[in-house]
Design a protein around this ligand. Structure first.
Ligand SMILES: [Cu+2]
Length: 248
């Protein structure tokens, strides 16, 4: 009641400045929309192309913590995730996906005034309410899920969101691609040390130029080689060492 009276009084006294403030807010919202169009994290996901659902629970604990519970937010680049979010707490909570920087900035703004986020990367839920966010994580990196209602972040209401550089896509490329062989001539074999010296052409799998190098090779592989032999092989970096893992 007190607030209402104050607002009315202000509006009455300074109707022109209040109108100006409204225009200013409009400008701010437009700038914010632009930000989200090119979000570092990715873009709103297509509900028909969800790869995986992650269940999330927002809740307070008896000892005053506020938590975002659920499995690790460990995501593969390119994945579209449906976050099924349930507020099991007694208070209202948010679930905002963004960069840590953006979240910190929004948190600061929310400390000054209670803004309700209504962007595709965020949702606000009353006690007992369910909701969902569907998001396509287009870029690798570390992001954050957080509740930005004043005091909640500080009480523990944030979680790291890790987006790993597309191993899924890399795996698929490997499986689909024909095995590529590099060529070379065996110069020297040191079976005891598990090393072979090969004068090779371009290493097609590691994208390295022609030269003579020492490779690791296991016993079985070395058994197939003899000095002076021309070979076609697949090289790989195994524990940091150039290794011949396959031969024709
Ligand atoms: Cu909260």
């Amino acid at each position: 009641m007190k607030n209402l009276l104050l607002t009315t009084a202000l509006a009455f006294t300074f109707s022109a400045p209040v109108f100006a403030a409204g225009t200013h807010n409009g400008g701010h919202d437009a700038a914010k929309a632009d930000d989200h169009a090119e979000m570092a994290m990715g873009m709103p996901g297509d509900a028909h192309k969800v790869d995986r659902t992650i269940d999330v629970i927002l809740v307070e604990t008896d000892d005053g913590e506020m938590l975002i519970k659920g499995e690790d937010f460990d995501i593969k680049q390119g994945e579209t995730i449906r976050f099924k979010i349930r507020n099991k707490g007694e208070l209202e909570h948010e679930f905002v996906l963004d960069t840590m920087e953006e979240n910190a900035e929004h948190k600061e703004m929310m400390a000054k005034m209670d803004m309700e986020h209504d962007d595709p990367n965020s949702i606000r839920l009353d006690s007992g309410q369910d909701g969902e966010i569907i998001w396509t994580f287009a870029n690798a990196g570390t992001f954050e899920a957080a509740c930005l209602i004043p005091g909640h972040y500080e009480s523990g209401m944030y979680r790291e969101v890790t987006v790993n550089a597309s191993p899924a896509q890399a795996d698929m490329t490997m499986a689909q691609a024909e095995v590529k062989y590099s060529t070379g001539t065996v110069k020297k074999i040191d079976a005891k040390a598990g090393k072979v010296t090969v004068a090779h052409g371009p290493l097609v799998n590691l994208d390295m130029p022609s030269m003579t190098m020492v490779f690791r090779a296991d016993e079985d592989m070395i058994a197939k080689m003899s000095e002076g032999q021309d070979i076609e092989f697949v090289e790989e970096r195994v524990e940091g060492k150039l290794t011949i893992v396959q031969m024709k």
